[in-house]
Structures are given as structure tokens and as C-alpha cells.
Ligand binder design. Sequence first.
Ligand code: NDP
Length: 444
Amino acid sequence: MSYVDEVIDLIVKENPDEPEFHQAVKEVLESLRVVIEANEDQYRKDALLERLVNPERQLKFRVPWVDDEGQVQVNTGYRVQFNSAIGPYKGGLRFHPSVNVGIIKFLGFEQIFKNSLTGLPIGGGKGGSNFDPKGKSDREIMAFCQSFMTELCKYIGADTDVPAGDIGVGGREIGYLYGQYKRIRGLSEGVLTGKGLSFGGSLARTEATGYGLLYFADAMLRANGESFEGKTVVVSGAGNVAIYAIEKAIQLGAKPVTCSDSTGWIYDPEGIDVELLKEIKEVKRARLTEYAAARDSAEYHEGRGVWSIKCDVALPCATQNELHLEDAKMLVENGTIAVAEGANMPTTLEATNYLIDNGILFAPGKASNAGGVATSALEMSQNSQRLSWTFEEVDAKLKDIMENIFANADRAAKEYGFEKNYVVGANIAGFEKVVDAMNAQGIV
Ligand code: NDP
């Protein structure tokens, strides 16, 4: 049996009930097969893959807090410190009822390669909780964040592990988490990114993932003789990534016509009004029905369905496994030329393969959504220097980083005979650097 298959089998056997983690490991190792097989004896002797797929450390802890009725609630907190070969663990915290150890491990594993691709000195980690922030009062959110950080603060630090936001963790939550860290540890340091601008946050961090996605997708389109000018774009999600992907798409001359949340979706053939969307989602924290109520041109539909709308470019920006094989078939039939992932692993493996096999330009999330973590690393640099760069400086660095990530993925794909397969290209480019760092540091 090949080394890749052996390690995939091992992961499935040793981590039952973690399908998302299996999926991520399979996707990465399958696409690295050509590189691994060329070095199989050495990698096997060094147990390189076993070391790569097993987190360095995995923390699971109780998070008790008191709700507004005086009832004590108990959630579970996680932090998976996956790989620190390149630098301090770096990766977001997700607060969502679906969170479990398998989801956090899948995200942490992907994060290693994403962070490597940015070219910045950051290792891979991820964390979160099955806490559901929806419908909670500000006081409840604060109580939960303080309890979560009371435990987490023992394991993180500006030079060891630097968490950030993810689904359900935005500026408000990062503020409460940071306040509690500082209170317990007595340190004003860059231990979290995505902080408010008044206490060490970076300009352009809010916009970074969505803008970065468009910079990457634009580089991919241009390398293939296309551009965003005049294109119709379909977007899923209505959160941080989706909103700023829509904003940058408009700036690049495209027309985004959809967005969605976990209850329904909007089709606005006149083009999404991004200021209205921000008002509803960022300020009022309301449902998308309010968007349709405020805009005559918009239709609201219950459930899922954005991929049925004819488009040139599709940007899945909500959550994992939200673009299935039947959706991929609709996109191909509708003449879509590119799919670029804003979310982490939003496209199932079958759908990804179908899109690539049908000649669709496909940008994998670990490359195309790396703008968030890249800008987080820029926030770490600013914190270390005790300086704040301007929006334009950060945005220019972000654009540069995303174009470099595309160039590296493109180069690696060509070098190994997989031209235009940016999934393979991104995985190889990210893997090469991690392996180099791991080898240099010995068996640790
Ligand atoms: P947000 O919480 O801001 O937004 C998530 C959006 O997706 C919301 O509109 C939410 O709807 C929707 N959504 C969440 N879960 C589901 C579900 N199960 N079914 C349908 N819709 C769902 O998160 P972000 O925008 O920050 O993150 C989106 C994705 O991007 C995630 O995969 C995240 O890991 C990834 N990502 C984020 C980065 C960042 O910097 N923010 C960086 C890199 C990746 P509702 O409000 O109804 O729940």
C-alpha cells in the first residue's frame, strides 16, 4: 500500500467520527501524492506524514457561564495547536453549535498550509466552541467570552499561539476575549488579532478575507485572459467574508447578485446593495428578509439555492460543504468560468473534482481566503513594532501577498505537470515550506 493510503487509513481508524478531518486530510494528501511518492522512502522513515497529520497539542476544556435568567450553562472549548514549524500557531476561533473536535482539526490542518502559503512566519492552529452566539445578549456574550478566555489564556501568547475570529467571532467577541486575557495575564500584547482599532487592531483586517479573495480570483482570471469587468458574480454567505467579497467585486467592475444566510438567500438582479447589507448584518444583526423588504429589486427565498443563478464567477463564502456535486453541475451548465472559495472547504470533494474536470478555474480556500490570516500576521507585526500602518499600506501589502500566493500555486502546479490545477499547486507550495522547516528542526 502506498504511504499516502496508509496514512489516510490510519487517520480514519484513529479518529472515528471526524468526517470533516478525514475529508481535509484526504484532499491534501491525495493532491500531494506526486510529491510524496517521489520521496516516499525518506518520508516514511521520518514518519513525516504521521507527524504532519497529528496535532502537536489538542486542548479541550469546560466553559461554564451564567445566562440572563441566572441559569448556569456549560459549553465545550477547543484549541488545536497543530503545527509550529514555521512560527507561532495562528488561526481563528469559531463559535457555532456545529463545532466539535473534528471540525476544529480539519480547520487547523488546512490552516498549516494556508499560513505557509502567505509567506509569513506563522504556524497552524484553530479553536472554538459549540456555543451559539445567536440570540444572546451582549452580557451573555461577554460572560461566555470571559469564561472561555479564563482557561484559554494559559496556553496562548504573542510568541506562542495567536487566535483570531472566525464564524461567530467578530470584533465584539475579540474585544471581550482580549480584555479578559489582559486582566488575567497583565500583558498588553498582540495575543489576538482582529482587535479594535483603538487597542492594536489593524486597518483593513475587517475587509481582508473578502478583498483578498477577490485579489486572488482576479489574478487567476487575468492569468487566464479574463477579468471581473462586467461579470455576474454569485456569492453565498452574508458575514464578514461575503460582505467584503461583494464590496471588492463591485469595485472591480463586477455585479454580485446574491447573498445568503443560514435561513435563506437573496437574488437581486440589479446588484447587491452592499451598504444596505452591511447595515442589516453588521449593525442590526438582522435576517436577510429585511434586505428584501428594503429593496424592490430583491427576491428572498427560504433555504439554499444561490448556485442555481446563472453567473460567470461563483464565490462560496458561508461555511464548509455548502457547494455540492449537483450545484457544481448547475454552475457548469450555466457557463460559469471560475469558482473561488471564500469559506474554508465550502466545496465538497466530488464537486471540486467535477468543476476542475470540466475546465472551471477553481481557487481553493486555503489559498484564496488566506488574506484574513495574512493581514492578521501584519497586525502582529504592527503590534510588535508598536506602530499602526495606514489602510492603504495594509491593503497594498495584502494585494501583493495574494498575488504572490497565486503565482506560487500556479508555479507549483506547472512544475509538477498539473497546469491550471490550483488545488494541487496550493497544496504543494504550502507543503514544501512546512516540510523544509520540519526537516531542519529535527524529530520534534
Ligand atoms: P460569519 O459568521 O461572519 O458569517 C458566516 C455566514 O455564513 C453567515 O451569513 C451565516 O449565516 C452563514 N452560515 C454559517 N453557517 C452556515 C450554515 N451551516 N449554513 C448556511 N449558512 C451558514 O463568518 P465569516 O464570514 O468570518 O466566515 C465564513 C467562512 O469563511 C468560514 O468558513 C470561515 O472559516 C471562513 N474564513 C473566514 C475568515 C475571516 O477572516 N473571517 C478567514 C478565512 C476563512 P447566519 O448568520 O444565518 O449564521
